[in-house]
Design a protein around this ligand. Structure first.
Ligand SMILES: *Cc1c(COP(=O)(O)O)cnc(C)c1O
Length: 435
């Protein structure tokens, strides 16, 4: 399979190039040159397959011969080695839990798959691949733990001092090996600016083989399609085949993967996007005009995105047909007060503790059902474990949070972080002096 740029369909690159470039030079996004169709027989009998078998079939369809079947199988077995269960809260409402990976967030799917693909393409004797990443919290942990121990790679994570939660910081700073953390005395935007400047620095690029673990990398999108198929398989094994997925959305990569799965033949009745007050997409679906705004800080901070970077992919999937898109996708927006009420409601009704992002998906799924009653399963996606967001959750609810396995050990590990000022020269010297 070749991949084109959404800005220029004549520009075609191999899968390997798309992964290492992350972004085409024309600033579009890579998309597969055609949307592969899965065998209807496979979909009809999907409940007979395991999660990893399904993941392999889907990945093979998208990637084609660029990675031989036996190598792709090994990558998937190594990357997708944790569960993604559908749990029913009531007869018609279920949650798809995507936080059972090492960083307790759905970004583990993307980061683990991408790291193994990059490791696969980095042949012995190649120059070390230097992955630079700025994080406001969730991405850094997934990338750190995703690349931990992957041969041929080294990761440098920049995070804003005092602005990530305890569990998030521990996941970034307790790894050692090929993972380095820089604690920047500034904001997330400062971290991102430092990384950007490094990528644009010819002197640095002459010495180091820099790459980005950016969320727009096609190798992060592909594995996010897997769990939509797997959720459908789990529903089918319970005799259900009508499903509406609700996705808490920021950069719209997660829901974009769901829509790709749909275009590949997954039968989904409807998709619902839940957003916080960063509501560029809901306003677009209402008005037909795309008007991004600067992002606003909310409790669901992994979704504080004013100009969702994956939106062009979704428009490309629908050939810019707004009406076709609106037939399949609805969107609802919730402010912080509603988000808190949603978390309380989930706990009071079902004894379920959700992170703020997940609560927004729950609220959006309820809003959609109210407007569209019918016989279908409402499946909302849980994108992170609540233990990562203690400041955002009511203390009475947070008391009920059970720490996942391994979270307690994290606190005992020594913190390995290098302090750094918002100063590009200092950052560059660090990279050059620690090769
Ligand atoms: C990144 C993230 C999101 C948003 O996902 P997108 O793919 O950017 O829409 C939602 N919830 C959590 C917990 C996240 O970390």
């Amino acid at each position: 399979m070749q991949f084109y740029s959404t800005n220029n369909k004549d520009l075609r690159v191999s899968f390997q190039e798309a992964v290492f470039n992350s972004l085409p030079k024309d600033k579009g996004l890579y998309m597969p040159e055609n949307i592969p169709q899965l065998d209807p027989y496979f979909i009809k009998h999907i409940q007979q397959y395991s999660f990893q078998e399904i993941a392999f079939e889907v990945a093979k369809a998208i990637i084609g011969d660029d990675i031989p079947a036996k190598d792709l199988k090994a990558i998937i077995q190594d990357a997708i080695n944790f569960e993604a269960p559908v749990r029913f809260l009531s007869a018609e409402t279920a949650v798809l839990e995507l936080f059972h990976g090492p960083s307790y967030a759905f970004k583990d799917f993307g980061a683990r798959f991408m790291s193994r693909v990059m490791g696969y393409y980095s042949k012995q004797g190649d120059q070390l691949l230097d992955v630079l990443v700025a994080t406001s919290g969730d991405t850094g942990g997934a990338v750190a733990l995703g690349f931990l121990g992957v041969a041929g790679t080294r990761v440098t994570i920049l995070y804003p001092k005092g602005k990530v939660s305890k569990v998030q910081e521990e996941q970034l700073t307790t790894n050692g090996q090929n993972i380095r953390a820089l604690e920047v005395d500034g904001t997330f935007d400062d971290c991102q600016a430092l990384v950007k400047e490094a990528f644009n620095d010819p002197e640095l690029n002459a010495v180091l083989r820099l790459t980005s673990a950016n969320s727009i990398n096609i190798a992060r999108l592909i594995p996010q399609t897997f769990y939509y198929f797997w959720a459908y398989a789990q529903l089918k094994s319970q005799g259900m085949d009508q499903v509406v997925f609700t996705v808490p959305s920021g950069n719209f990569g997660n829901i974009g993967a769901g829509l790709l799965a749909y275009k590949m033949g997954l039968p989904v009745r409807h998709f619902v996007a839940g957003t916080n007050v960063n509501d560029t997409v809901p306003r677009f679906l209402d008005s037909g005009s795309y008007a991004p705004k600067p992002s606003v800080q909310t409790l669901a901070n992994a979704m504080d995105v004013g100009n969702p970077s994956n939106w062009v992919r979704i428009q490309d999937l629908f050939d810019q047909d707004v009406n076709g898109l609106k037939d399949l996708v609805s969107a609802y927006t919730f402010d912080d007060e509603q988000t808190v009420a949603g978390m309380k409601d989930l706990f009071a009704q079902y004894g379920y503790v959700a992170c703020p992002h997940t609560a927004i998906a729950y609220l959006a799924s309820q809003a959609y059902r109210q407007a569209h009653p019918g016989e279908y399963a409402s499946v909302f996606l849980s994108t992170a474990h609540p233990c990562k967001f203690p400041e955002a959750i009511d203390p009475d609810v947070f008391k009920a949070v059970k720490l996942p396995k391994g979270a307690e050990d994290l606190a005992d590990k020594p913190k390995l972080a290098e302090p750094m000022k918002v100063d590009y020269t200092e950052f560059k010297q660090y990279l050059l002096n620690h090769q």
